[in-house]
Design a binder for this molecule. Structure first.
Ligand SMILES: NC(=O)C1=CN([C@@H]2O[C@H](COP(=O)(O)OP(=O)(O)OC[C@H]3O[C@@H](n4cnc5c(N)ncnc54)[C@H](O)[C@@H]3O)[C@@H](O)[C@H]2O)C=CC1
Ligand SMILES: CC(C)CC(=O)C(=O)O
Ligand SMILES: [Mg+2]
Length: 361
């Protein structure tokens, strides 16, 4: 069966990094992986072409695809655009919601070759392998009402609603516990249940789910403490399960433990296993167009796509080994550059991964 992959390069460094992941997918194709790539527009790229960040055509193509590979969206060109529903980020959120991609998996794995690139001492991070499970279609990013208002005295305000419902909490909780069973059987649920009602319900439901998983250890941590613990002693964590906003922030923090945000891939899955795969970072406008961005997070996201949505785990393993191989060779983009290593461009890094992939049959 032909695997239909929708590629959405997006904005900023998006086109540069997705091009490198596509090279790796092409190498899979050359070895018999049956796929068809379809290209589409989202974010600022779509706004420039059609006036909206998520054209109907893109959403339909997303529904029709077996998996989606996305670069990143957003940038200064569109950040003050009105109406705000038409800003690039709404295109990304629209796909997540439209396909009900509620389970965002963000693995923070330290490649041993990058121990020196981590912001923490090697002994604190060596062997680091955390799975952050972030709820992706609820929380304050989607809660209504939201908007701006004005008080009687003329003071303006902005407001959002943090709402978590039982169904959403249960399904993401189960995702986390199921994953923990395949790992080290430890789930840490991160919330702010000392202050927020939405978090109090979250914690109650997590405790309830835990009754079905007596073999998995559940702990709870407040988000402020978790942010601190993640840089104090990150190896205490196995699976972290948390809400949309806390997970967004914690995963960027965790990325620095692995050397760079350019190393952190992600999978966003729905109940039928369909998924969107994208690096955890944004469109990096500060380095866009210079061929210096790290494409490895996107290449590793393509590997997650092969593992989680397209039933080709052996190709996923091989891509991950190829990434290890290029790091062994001492090849580094600017963000993970180390003394004695060889600095390479975005496209040189992609070429090197393809070369290693072909060699590591
Ligand atoms: N999934 C998405 O499409 C996301 C989009 N955004 C959007 O991206 C734009 C920029 O947001 P920022 O807050 O600056 O976050 P960002 O993640 O784009 O960049 C933060 C910093 O990390 C660096 N960086 C990011 N990816 C890199 C890579 N692959 N290689 C080397 N360095 C890398 C950037 O150069 C920058 O210094 C905004 O419009 C934001 O809304 C932000 C996060 C996620
Ligand atoms: C548009 C943002 C919510 C995207 C983001 O920062 C993320 O998913 O990490
Ligand atoms: Mg983010």
């Amino acid at each position: 069966m032909t695997n239909r992959i929708l590629v959405l390069p997006g904005d900023g460094i998006g086109p540069e990094i997705t091009a490198e992941a596509v090279k790796v997918l092409d190498a899979c194709y050359e070895e018999g992986f049956d796929m068809e790539l379809v290209f589409g527009k989202v974010g600022g790229d779509a706004i420039d072409a059609t006036g909206v960040p998520l054209p109907d055509e893109t959403l339909k193509a997303a529904h029709d695809a077996d998996a989606i590979l996305l670069g990143a969206v957003g940038g200064p060109k569109w950040e003050a655009l009105e109406p705000r529903e038409h800003r690039p980020e709404k295109g990304l959120l629209g796909i997540r919601k439209g396909l009900e991609l509620y389970a965002n998996l963000r693995p923070a794995i330290l490649y041993p070759q990058l121990a020196e690139a981590s912001t923490l001492r090697p002994e604190v991070v060596s062997g680091l392998d955390i799975m952050i499970v972030r709820e992706l279609t609820g929380d304050i990013y989607f809660g209504e009402p939201r908007g701006f208002g004005e008080k009687e005295d003329g003071t303006r305000y902005g407001y959002n609603t943090y709402i978590s419902d039982e169904k959403e909490i249960r399904r993401i909780g189960r995702t986390a516990f199921d994953l923990a069973r395949k790992r080290n059987r430890k789930v840490c649920s991160v919330d702010k249940a000392n202050v927020l009602e939405a978090s109090m319900l979250w914690r109650e439901i997590m405790n309830d789910i835990a009754k079905d998983y007596p073999d998995v250890e559940l702990s709870h941590m407040y988000i402020d403490n978790a942010s601190m613990q993640l840089v104090r002693a990150p190896k205490q964590f196995d699976v972290i399960v948390t809400g949309n906003m806390f997970g967004d922030i914690l995963s960027d923090e965790a990325s620095m433990l692995t050397g760079s945000i350019g190393m952190l891939p992600s999978a966003s899955l729905n109940a039928s296993g369909q998924g969107m795969f994208e690096p955890s970072h944004g469109s990096a406008p500060d380095i866009a167009g210079q061929n210096i961005a790290n494409p490895l997070a996107t290449i590793l996201s393509a590997a997650m796509m092969l593992r989680y949505s397209l039933e080709a785990p052996e190709l996923a393993d091989r891509i991950e080994r190829a990434v290890g191989d290029v790091l062994d060779q001492g090849l580094r983009t600017a963000d993970i550059m180390q003394e004695g290593a060889r600095r390479v461009t975005t496209s040189e890094m992609g070429d090197a991964v393809v070369e290693a992939f072909k060699r590591l049959k």
